[in-house]
Design a protein around this ligand. Structure first.
Ligand SMILES: Cc1cc2nc3c(=O)[nH]c(=O)nc-3n(C[C@H](O)[C@H](O)[C@H](O)COP(=O)(O)OP(=O)(O)OC[C@H]3O[C@@H](n4cnc5c(N)ncnc54)[C@H](O)[C@@H]3O)c2cc1C
Length: 397
């Protein structure tokens, strides 16, 4: 077992950290207030190979392993504390890798290169107004009509609706098979005739939009089918495993940054004649937080390693190991990160409550992963329960 990063991984990590310090940090407040990631930031990410980085080179990516992508996700989460850039990063990485794996050759050649250059957006559309946890009951339908699919229905809380309209691009969209009882997974360009979108007003990660999409007889060609017709559910679940790992990694990066900011502060802030760091109530809290962050960091790295191993072909036992490790890390990392930011805010007293100190950016951003983005906490618990206890203990039909 080797925990050491190889020289290429170390060099890449250092390049992304430098990019985070030089470009993401100085822009994070602007990203939060202007409601979008500036084009020059996306261009910088594309130049570093950070957009949809697991996509193979022939489709514009750098063919990165899940481990290298996980390392980069940590750095992006550390760089833009609002999480908006991390969300953009992980959607492209997670769903780009699924399209590269299961899309048709024509679709990959058409869709992926602009995504990797930051000239188009690629996201995921599963959640509907009736709910996002119980996806088997989703209502949006697509019926085959010759060489096309015709979609009717509605999605909600979809990240990147405005980016996909402004830049071009679309979402891998899970829909019911209108003519059968399975599911199709279809790439749907957001500028397609018959689509209307609206932006929801979120409390955080303001630099990437979240919104609703209505499909009124939207036609997409059969080349946009991802995976086998009527068997799209598995592809969507495979993508969630990838994307959730990078969510967790971004949370680790944000938590590490909060701890760094916190450590600097408690060493210099004096109360009752000595630095806060000398009071064991604070020092021990810092040490406990460090221990928790360190634990989820390695859990995350292992999840990425398991994804790389599964990509080469997984036995059912290895698949189950992926599912439970990813669910555990998506359950733990956002909670650890949120708790870390909240506690570090307290060390700052009143200053922690201000926008100047900026911890509130992370507080608002990380919260999205607690309420549901890429799957709610209880859904992670249900997956873990299923994998640990057996399918007969899944608490729903
Ligand atoms: C900022 C943001 C961005 C998002 N981006 C996207 C996106 O790009 N694409 C996309 O498809 N979706 C997106 N989502 C939606 C997200 O996937 C859903 O929020 C999530 O799946 C939960 O669905 P829901 O919000 O409808 O809650 P519900 O499914 O209604 O669940 C409500 C609550 O009940 C809990 N719960 C559900 N079932 C059970 C159970 N059996 N036992 C116990 N508790 C349960 C859930 O964990 C949740 O806390 C985004 C959400 C947010 C907040």
């Amino acid at each position: 077992m080797d925990f050491e990063l190889n020289p290429e991984e170390l060099a890449f990590q250092s390049a992304v950290r430098k990019f985070g310090d030089a470009v993401l940090r100085p822009n994070e407040k602007r990203i939060d207030t202007e409601g979008e990631i500036p084009r020059e930031v996306l261009a910088g990410m594309a130049e570093l190979g950070l957009l949809a980085m697991p996509v193979p080179e022939q489709y514009g990516g750098i063919g990165a392993s899940a481990v290298l992508t996980e390392i980069a996700a940590e750095e992006v989460g550390r760089g833009d504390f609002s999480m908006a850039t991390a969300v953009f990063f992980l959607l492209e990485a997670g769903w780009g890798s699924i399209l590269a794996r299961h899309g048709t050759e024509e679709a990959k050649r058409e869709i992926l290169p602009p995504v990797c250059r930051g000239k188009a957006f690629l996201g995921i559309g599963t959640t509907e107004p009736s709910g996002g946890s119980d996806l088997a009951r989703l209502r949006t339908e697509a019926r085959r009509d010759g060489k096309e699919f015709r979609i009717r229905g509605e999605k909600a809380f979809i990240s990147g609706v405005e980016e996909a309209k402004a830049l071009g691009g679309g979402h891998l969209t899970l829909v019911k098979d209108g003519g059968g009882d399975g599911f199709h997974f279809l790439y749907v360009p957001t500028r397609s005739p018959g689509i209307t979108t609206r932006r929801f007003e979120n409390m955080g990660r303001m630099g990437i939009s979240t919104g609703g999409i209505v499909y009124d007889d939207v036609r997409v060609p059969e080349r946009y089918l991802v995976g086998k017709e009527g068997h799209g559910f598995g592809c969507a679940m495979e993508g969630f495993s990838v994307a959730r790992t990078f969510v967790a990694a971004a949370c680790v990066g944000a938590a590490e940054r909060a701890l760094e900011v916190g450590a600097e502060w408690i060493k210099q802030r004096e109360v009752f004649g000595q630095p806060l760091a000398k009071f064991e109530a604070i020092q021990f809290e810092y040490v406990d937080l460090f221990t928790q962050v360190e634990a989820v960091k390695w859990q995350c790295r292992r999840a990425a390693w398991l994804l790389d191993r599964a990509a080469a072909g997984a036995t059912p036992a290895q698949r189950s190991e992926v599912d439970r490790t990813v669910a555990a890390v998506k359950l733990a990392a956002p909670q650890v990160a949120f708790d870390t930011v909240r506690r570090v805010m307290m060390w700052f007293g009143a200053a922690g409550y201000t926008k100047e100190v900026g911890l509130e950016l992370g507080f608002r951003g990380i919260m999205s992963y607690l309420v549901g983005a890429e799957g709610g906490l209880n859904i992670m618990r249900i997956i873990l329960g299923r994998e640990l206890l057996g399918k007969e203990y899944v608490p729903y039909k």
